[in-house]
Structures are given as C-alpha cells and as structure tokens.
Design a binder for this molecule. Structure first.
Ligand code: PMP
Length: 420
C-alpha cells in the first residue's frame, strides 16, 4: 500500500523535499505529518479536495472539524469578501465582534461573558488563567490522552512542550481516579479541564455519569469545571453540554465557530469572566492583535446566523451517526475486529471493535491495520486523518456517504486476510 502511495504521489513528495529546506521535516503543523510523506493538497471545493498530483478525494476530514461549512460555502465566501472590501486591519473595535459574541452566547448560555482568541490552544490557556485568577489556586486536573492544544497535550502522560502548569493527571471515564486527586489536592485545585469527548485521543465519548461526577467534584472542592468543546461544540446547537444538561463554569471552543478562519473563544460565569473588564483595577489583561480580526468575526457570524440553524446541526449529526453505524456494519459483515467510535458527525477508526472507554483500551491494538485502511481509502478517493479521524462537513450528502461506505467495504474486502 505504501509503495502504491509513493508511486501515485511524486508531486507531494517533491513538495515536501522543497519545504524541508526551510521547515523542520517540511512541516509547520505536526499533526499533518505521516510516513512516507503527507499529501499536499492543491485545492478544495464543496466536500472535495484535489492533491498536488491531481487525484480527487471526498474530504471526510473537514480540517479536523474547523471545515464544517465545506470549502466554498457561498455565505462564508460572501462574508469574507464583504469584510475584505472594508479593510481588514482597522486597529480598533468594530461592530462585528459583539455580533459574533451574541450569536455564540445564544447557543452556549453557560458562556455568560466570553472573549475571543486566535486558536483553541489559546482559548484553553486563557481559560486556565481565568480559573487560577478566580480561585487563587494553582493545580489543574487533566486527563491522560487529552488534547487541549500543542502546549497542553496529555497523550502518554504529557509533553515536554507543555506549559508549566501544576497539572495532575486523572484517567478518562474513571470517576474514582478524579475523586482520589480531589481528596489529595482539593484546596489547591483551580480547575478540572476536560473534553466532553476525547477528540484527538480517539473520539472516545465521556460517559454522562463521569462528566456529571466532574461537575459535583468540582463543586465539592471549589474548582472551576472547564469544558473544552473545541471539537464537541458541533455535536448539538449548544454543544455536548446541552446534550448532557451540564453547566460548566468555563467553556472553550474554536474551529468552525470562526467560519473556517483562525479562531478561539473562551467564556463562562459572569463573575469569573468579569475579571477581563479593562476598567477593573485588578483586571486581567488579555491582549492579541488578531483577537477580533474582521475576517474571523465576519465568517463566524455569517455561518452561525445564516447557515447553522438547530435543524442543520441536528441533520449533520444524524448523518454522522448513521454513517458510523454503516461503517461498523461493514466491519461486522467481514468479521473484522475494527470499528469507529464517536458521536454524531465526529468519529475515529480503531483497530478494535471495542468497547473503548479510555486510551488505555487502545494500547496494543494494531496500528498497521489502521494504516492499511488509511492508504487503501486514499486509493479509493477518501481523504481522512492518518490517525483515523473523520469530521463530516455540511456538503457531504447521501451520495458521498454511500461512496464512503462502498470504499470502506472494498478496502476491507481487499485486505481481509491481514486485518484483525
Ligand atoms: N482542544 C481540542 C479538544 C482540540 O481538538 C484542539 C485542536 N484539535 C484544540 C484544543 C486546539 O485548537 P487549535 O488547533 O485551534 O489551537
């Protein structure tokens, strides 16, 4: 499969070699790298992308959830063009940021006040800063396998690049592991930071009882419960918190909420967020040249106000739910012990049919089987993440879903003998 890939993609290989002269590994976004070399995409339209060697794909990755609107949504394009025409660097507030803020608040009522940033990573860093300032405490409970940004990575326990917060690590979907940490560190804990579904960790849903217990434990020890909804905010009109009726103290999000432009947002309880009011003597100064950049503000507002109604959100996730069931039926039909986990429009392929409750359940599963399907699906014209993530975008319709299922069926049939 890898030899076919090399042969099919000489231009992508050459572009990587060229990039290597200036960028380490030819890369400026580590998640995109994989052996023998990642594809270089030339353009996208609707839910399709074309690589540098001219192959067409159904884009099943949707820019890791930021590309929810697809590549050429007329409403997004018009909003960006209109904003561009009015000047993009105005050195001041504009009417746009309050409009987008209101639209986000309408969807996520727990965000009584909010602020913008340039990425989900930044949003999480700022939410933690707010939690620490509000509580006067220093420790943060996080979960093994969680991803909150390039400097907040907890796969395999952590990363040497992580910001030097006083993190204490619990196990996902394991209430007792959190209870133990709360008993030990309770009066020092500023925040419990959690993804309501582990995203990069493999689309592993947080169990409702687990997430509800975090709410209770945070209240018991006086810590802020921070939901990182950077990936999960799309799972309903009001994110996973609305689905579960859990009100976090702080929420972080980003991705598609900026209409596909650089974006992050953090917000929550009024009494916590009011510390960012610059008129206060004890104000937390949160600066950032591009926090209110007009392109993100315009694209984000247009998408939310004109495209992403509650009905559209629901339909997208229902489509994803159905697709995941069909994918898993393919594995079952072929007697293959693999499967997709996830919720709604987000899913990740694993080399086990499950159950998968935490990253520990994935240890020892066959990574090569996933690779084989990844390269096989590329040959069938399906573009997904090497690690197995699929994030549906709005232009993915019935015909594309049928094509995705047929592609998986063909690849699994072809490689049946070597799959688990
Ligand atoms: N949190 C989660 C749950 C994410 O999935 C991501 C990005 N994949 C981030 C934070 C970081 O967002 P960004 O890439 O915009 O910095």
């Amino acid at each position: 499969a890898v030899e076919n890939y090399r042969a099919r993609n000489p231009r992508s290989a050459a572009l990587l070699a060229e990039a290597e002269q200036s960028l380490p590994g030819g890369n400026t976004r580590s998640v995109l790298f994989h052996g023998p070399f990642p594809l270089s995409m030339a353009r996208g339209e609707g839910c399709r992308v074309w690589d540098a060697d001219g192959h067409a794909y159904i884009d099943a990755l949707g820019e890791f959830t930021a590309g929810l609107y697809g590549h050429s949504h007329p409403v997004i394009l018009a909003a960006i063009q209109e904003a561009l025409a009015g000047g993009i660097n105005l050195s001041s507030h504009t009417a746009r940021e309050a409009r987008l803020a209101q639209e986000i608040r309408r969807r996520f009522p727990s965000m009584e006040l909010l602020r913008f940033a340039n990425s989900g990573t930044e949003a999480n860093l700022l939410a933690l800063a707010a939690a620490k300032a509000h509580t006067g405490r220093s420790k943060v409970i996080v979960f093994d396998g969680a991803y909150h940004g390039g400097v907040l990575t907890f796969a395999g326990g952590g990363s040497p690049m992580n910001v030097p917060h006083a993190f204490v690590l619990a196990r996902y979907n394991d209430v007792d592991s959190v209870r133990t940490l709360v008993a030990e560190h309770g009066p020092d804990i500023a925040a419990i930071l959690v993804e309501p579904m582990l995203g990069a960790g493999g689309c592993i849903p947080g169990e409702p009882g687990f997430l509800q217990a975090l709410r209770t434990l945070a209240d018991e020890c006086g810590a802020m419960l921070v939901f990182d909804e950077v990936m999960t905010s799309r799972l309903s009109f009001g994110g996973r918190q609305a689905l579960l009726s859990i009100r976090p103290d702080l929420t972080t999000a980003g991705k598609y909420l900026g209409g596909g432009m650089s974006f992050g947002v953090f917000g929550g309880r009024r009494d916590v967020m009011e510390r960012f009011d610059p008129r206060r003597p004890d104000a937390l100064a949160h600066a950032g040249t591009f926090n209110n950049n007009v392109l993100s503000m315009a694209a984000g507002h247009a998408g939310l106000s004109q495209v992403l109604t509650a009905e559209v959100v629901q339909a997208l996730n229902a489509r994803g739910e159905q697709l995941r069931e069909r994918f898993n039926a393919v594995f079952a039909q072929h007697g293959v012990d693999m499967g997709f986990t996830g919720i709604g429009s987000l899913m990740t392929l694993h080399a086990t049919a499950g159950p998968v409750r935490s990253p520990a359940d994935l240890q020892g599963t066959d990574g090569r089987a996933k690779d084989l399907l990844f390269f096989g699906l590329l040959e069938e014209g399906v573009f997904m993440a090497r690690r197995g993530l699929i994030a549906l975008s709005l232009p993915v319709g019935d015909a594309e879903c049928d094509a995705l299922v047929a592609a998986l069926d063909a690849v699994v049939a072809r490689h049946r003998a070597v799959l688990p």
